[in-house]
Design a protein. Structure first.
Length: 840
């Protein structure tokens, strides 16, 4: 009871002092818990959105997708037998041509039947239903387009758009497309009736299009059984299955990667907050030395003293965690306003108790781990040392070290459990600990070096500079916590900044100096000669490269299902571009094996991309089964090739000998190198001659990808700034805890004849040096971290973005200077006599 009574008295005294000494502790812990909780709540909101709206995003309970073809009668009977309703959709890219201006814009066309949409509602600008809008008027079929397409074509409602050889009248603009989430489109959406698109000439044999059959089921609980039945009955059809449980796998993968990146930021913020907690508890215990001494002299045991102050820390911990959880509950509602539109629609913002409990556990563990050391060190300190105000440099007893180790192991297992990835968590925490270790060592080495400078004659006659360097080299100066706190925050910010800038640069600069201006797709075999002749006669065209193009699935590797051999590799994730060649194309570089002879007839031979083969774990002599247009083709890998995806040129993972695909309906693709000022006229000219051919402008595609990267990077950047803010709080706490010491130093310097300017210079110099140290080391680790990420994860060339680096460096120095100067100015106004009178 006596312990609780003392605790109550201490807490009342702290409240009377308006939590002086605990403000930084509370802010650091609140920010850490709020950060973890907000990130977790957003992740939970997005995952809940995917689970809850899977049927809406997919457009049904299940989907069967085919490349280049519709279902056969037998396949249609299967769909009818296993669904209560279905809808057919044909999806492809085409050029939309304005009837008024002759402008041409790439559009993603969705041709639908009368049953679309099975789930959700298509919302149009003028309130019409989709059926009414697509019915058209004045004898022309209707088309519904995204507002962006109408703007780029400079059209208004009621005017005409041509797709292929068919005119459509624009009857409405598209405000909401229920099944659009997670779909990456190179152009704005347009919707027409399926029956009308057949008149356009855009679906000739070999044209690149996909057919999707959306199914509604009478019993959704049978999804897994139906999927297994599909895998057996459609084994040789080359069809892909999706259902509402994983409606948008691409979006789910992107969100998972973003979540992993945010885990790094969350854990970093927690560790930075922990450093702030440790510094605040250390300052708290130092201020209570007289109280502790008195308690020991009247018979209090070391264990009682430990619990007296541990309970106080626990009370403030509880308050900070509750405050942090309140922020974590409301913050996602605000953050949602700044999310990309797709994520705004997806995220189901709500209170997720499990995630809040997870955040609270992190907060408790962080406080316990970072508080136990400064609290435990009071146990073995003699009252005589405490009364003289000396600090203890002894280590805590073994029991506390054992408890600390147990807490760290518990925190590690907790982080692994909550993150869902042991390897990711271990790598991230390992990296954070390495950075902290080097930051701490750097701070110690820096202090040791400055101590030698103070002992030398270099600073003779420079009172202000000597005072600054002497103060930094003192063990009482919290250089370590400041360098670790602000340093880790800046390291995360520098890493995120460099990765973000390099990603944007690599995308924007991925167009080489002599990259193709266009990709043209859907060139029919009987159009190829005329297409090449027309371009050859155009002076503005420098070079044209063409290749036959089909799409197919790799279904088996050496007789085993492909996903069992290399699960989730991008080459096996969906249908891929496949080509054939009679003889080895120019510029082909073989890394292994031999190319088949010209006019080869025999068992199917395959040339595979070397890098992708290594990633999948296949090589020469391995067998692949490809499904192309519902037909299985099995061949052997006889050569491996270099494929450079960075030069914007044509590249195929799989190339077969020509005989293997003889008779298969297909089209050709072309890359066209043209002078930039002639690109638009060239596109219009080719569009008039070949209305079924679609041209994709490389620069527009690159800018679209860059926008997507920007939206993802901005979310990570906000999280990194939150981590840095916690580091700034540590700076404020360190400056505040050293307030009295700086007041004494200012008084002594005044007594020695130093001017206000010299004293301020002394304080500014120490802040500048510590800030420069933290920022420089952080920048170094940020560059190392981003280089490692780019080389080993993105496998791209890394380049230091100096503008970003300078901002990080200057930002760290300015943050430290601002807090240092703020507290220094306050000391200059104090009376010298009063400060010296109170000096022990």
């Amino acid at each position: 009871m006596i312990i609780l009574k003392i605790v109550a008295q201490e807490l009342l005294a702290a409240l009377k002092e308006k939590l002086l000494g605990f403000r930084v502790f509370i802010l650091c812990l609140t920010l850490s818990v709020a950060g973890i909780g907000t990130i977790g709540s957003l992740r939970g909101a997005i995952e809940e959105g995917l689970d809850r709206n899977g049927q809406l995003f997919l457009g049904g309970d299940a989907e069967i997708e085919l490349a280049y073809r519709a279902v056969t009668e037998i396949e249609k009977e299967w769909i009818l037998a296993n669904s209560s309703a279905f809808s057919k959709i044909i999806d492809f890219r085409s050029m939309a041509v304005s009837s008024a201006t002759e402008k041409r814009v790439l559009t993603q066309v969705k041709a639908v039947d009368g049953s679309y949409p099975l789930v959700g509602e298509v919302v149009l600008s003028n309130g019409l239903s989709l059926t009414q809008a697509l019915a058209g008027k004045n004898g022309l079929p209707g088309i519904v387009v995204a507002p962006g397409l109408l703007q780029r074509l400079e059209l208004t409602l009621g005017q005409k758009i041509k797709l292929g050889t068919q005119d459509f009248v624009v009857t409405a603009t598209l405000l909401n497309e229920p099944d659009s989430f997670g779909n990456f489109n190179f152009g704005p959406r347009s919707i027409v009736f399926e029956k009308d698109i057949y008149k356009s000439g855009l679906l000739a044999p070999g044209t690149l299009f996909s057919t999707q059959y959306r199914l509604m089921l009478q019993n959704v609980e049978n999804l897994e059984n139906l999927k297994k039945k599909f895998e057996i009955d459609w084994a040789t059809a080359g069809a892909k299955w999706k259902d509402a449980r994983n409606a948008s796998p691409g979006a789910a993968r992107a969100i998972e990667r973003l979540s992993s990146f945010l885990v790094l930021i969350g854990l970093s913020g927690l560790v930075v907050g922990g450093i702030g907690i440790s510094a605040a508890v250390h300052a708290f215990v130092s201020k209570k030395t007289r109280n502790i001494a008195i308690l020991k002299t009247i018979g209090a045991t070391p264990r009682q003293i430990f619990w007296i102050y541990s309970i106080q820390i626990g009370v403030f911990t509880l308050g900070a965690i509750i405050l942090g959880l309140c922020v974590a509950i409301f913050a996602p509602f605000i953050v949602k306003l700044f999310l990309p539109n797709d994520l705004k629609v997806l995220a189901v913002i709500a209170i997720y108790p499990t995630i809040l409990i997870e955040s609270a556990i992190y907060g408790v563990l962080a406080t316990a781990i970072f508080s136990i050391w400064p609290l435990a060190r009071t146990e073995d300190i003699r009252p005589s040392r405490l009364l003289h105000g000396a600090n203890s440099n002894t280590w805590p007893s073994y029991i506390y070290l054992a408890v600390l180790l147990i807490l760290i192991i518990l925190a590690l297992f907790t982080a692994i459990q909550f993150s869902g990835s042991a390897l990711l968590t271990l790598w991230l925490l390992g990296g954070i600990l390495v950075v902290l270790f080097f930051l701490a060592c750097t701070a110690r080495i820096f202090q040791f070096f400055l101590k030698q400078v103070v002992k030398s004659s270099l600073l003779n006659g420079r009172i202000a500079l000597r005072a600054a360097i002497s103060a930094i080299s003192s063990r009482s100066e919290p250089v370590g916590p400041v360098v670790m706190g602000i340093g880790l925050g800046l390291t995360v910010l520098a890493t995120v900044g460099q990765i973000d800038s390099n990603l944007r640069n690599s995308i924007v600069n991925s167009i080489p100096e002599r990259a193709p201006s266009f990709f043209f797709i859907d060139i029919q075999p009987d159009q190829l000669a005329e297409f090449n002749s027309k371009l050859a006669a155009t002076d503005a065209v420098d070079r044209v490269e063409t290749a036959p193009m089909l799409r197919g699935l790799i279904t088996h590797i050496n007789g085993r299902p492909a996903d069992e051999v290399a699960d989730d590799h991008w080459v096996l994730r969906g249908d891929r571009g496949i080509s054939y060649a009679e003889k080895m194309p120019e510029k082909t570089i073989l890394t292994a094996g031999k190319w088949w002879p010209e006019h080869y007839i025999g068992p199917t031979q395959i040339s595979f991309a070397a890098e992708e083969a290594e990633e999948i774990g296949i090589g020469l002599g391995d067998g692949l089964t490809l499904n192309i247009l519902g037909r299985n083709i099995t061949g052997t890998i006889t050569s491996l090739r270099e494929v450079d995806w960075s030069n914007a040129d044509m590249g195929f993972v799989v190339v077969l000998n020509a005989q293997a695909l003889r008779g298969a309906p297909h089209s050709h693709i072309a890359t066209v190198y043209a002078q930039e000022n002639a690109e638009i006229s060239l596109l219009n000219d080719l569009g008039e001659t070949f209305p079924n051919v679609t041209g994709i402008q490389i620069r527009e595609a690159v800018l679209l990808v860059s926008e997507i990267v920007s939206s993802i990077a901005s979310a990570a950047f906000i999280g990194a700034i939150t981590t840095l803010l916690t580091g700034v709080l540590i700076l404020i706490g360190a400056s505040s805890s050293n307030n009295m010491q700086r007041a004494y130093e200012a008084a002594v310097l005044k007594a020695l004849g130093a001017t206000h300017r010299e004293i301020l210079f002394s304080f500014v110099m120490r802040s500048f040096m510590v800030g420069s140290l933290a920022a420089s080391v952080a920048l170094g680790f940020g560059l190392i971290g981003s280089w490692a990420a780019f080389n080993f994860i993105f496998e791209s060339k890394f380049e230091i973005i100096w503008g970003n680096a300078v901002v990080i460096l200057v930002g760290g120095i300015v943050a430290n200077l601002a807090t240092g100067v703020l507290f220094a100015i306050r000391q200059l106004s104090r009376s010298t006599a009063n400060e010296l009178r109170h000096l022990d």
